[in-house]
Design a protein around this ligand. Structure first.
Ligand code: ATP
Length: 238
């Protein structure tokens, strides 16, 4: 079995007195594409924010590469190869596409390799290349999602966390984004994908966890879950 890169154990996170994540365990192994699915308000984004150090844990632990990352901030984690594309993308709207991509490489100093990686991102997303001097704020939601993913790839992550990449996009753009997530995974990047679009997430993932009201209610091989009548009835609207 391959290495576990990310391990979440007994994770609890609260907003004031309200417990949003109530004791969650899951892991992501090297090379896997793992999805965390569940409806609105299940606690998926809260879990992601706890992993990336933007929210404090009230209990439990998170290990990355075999060591607890408790208390580390997002910048430290990116430097160690744990990159996140947040819900709502968070691109720098007043910067060009190329400048946004360069910001993603701020943790690196290997200039020639950075230039090569910009080209690599442009190969994955030809649309970004066509508009490389355009201001990010003037691009469509789908293009901004591509840019946010490209920017995260510029840090050469070992693990990429994607929070709802399909949110608010047109059906064609949703297809494109899922295709790219699968391609990036096929290139060897380990991915944790948070998605409300359970059907699409299960189609591309290796394994999946279902989250409901702050706990994991189901987990398993994504293809098996996709054909499980219980999952289909509860999460795929059948
Ligand atoms: P979505 O897909 O809508 O983002 P989610 O599964 O990611 O859903 P979270 O955003 O993690 O869910 O929210 C989990 C719970 O925590 C919800 O009940 C939500 O209302 C609550 N919550 C989220 N952010 C805050 C906050 N800043 N303050 C108080 N409660 C919050």
């Amino acid at each position: 079995m391959s290495n576990t890169l990310l391990k979440v154990s007994g994770l609890k996170v609260a907003y004031g007195g309200i417990q949003a994540v109530k004791g969650v365990d899951f892991e992501v192994r090297e090379g896997e594409l793992v999805s965390l699915i569940g409806s609105n308000g299940a606690g998926k984004t809260t879990t992601m924010k706890a992993i990336t150090g933007t929210l404090a844990l009230s209990d439990g632990d998170i290990e990355y590469l075999g060591k607890s990352i408790h208390g580390q901030g997002p910048w430290d984690l990116v430097r160690q190869g744990l990159a996140m594309v947040p819900e709502g993308r968070g691109v720098f709207t007043r910067m060009s596409i190329t400048e946004n991509l360069m910001m993603g490489a701020y943790v690196r100093s290997d200039k020639p390799a950075i230039a090569q990686d910009v080209e690599r991102v442009f190969t994955i997303f030809p649309r970004l290349k066509e508009r490389k001097d355009q201001l990010a704020g003037t691009m469509s939601g789908g293009e901004q999602q591509m840019l946010a993913m490209g920017r995260a790839l510029m840090s050469r992550p070992k693990v990429l966390l994607l929070d709802e990449p399909s949110m608010g996009l047109s059906p064609i753009m949703v297809d494109k984004i899922f295709e790219v997530v699968r391609d990036v995974s096929a290139q060897g990047v380990t991915i944790l994908l948070v998605e409300q679009n359970a059907s699409r997430a299960l189609q591309i993932a290796d394994r999946s966890y279902v989250m409901e009201s702050g706990i994991i209610t189901m987990s398993g091989d994504a293809k098996e879950m996709l054909s499980d009548p219980k999952v289909r009835a509860a999460y795929l609207g059948e």
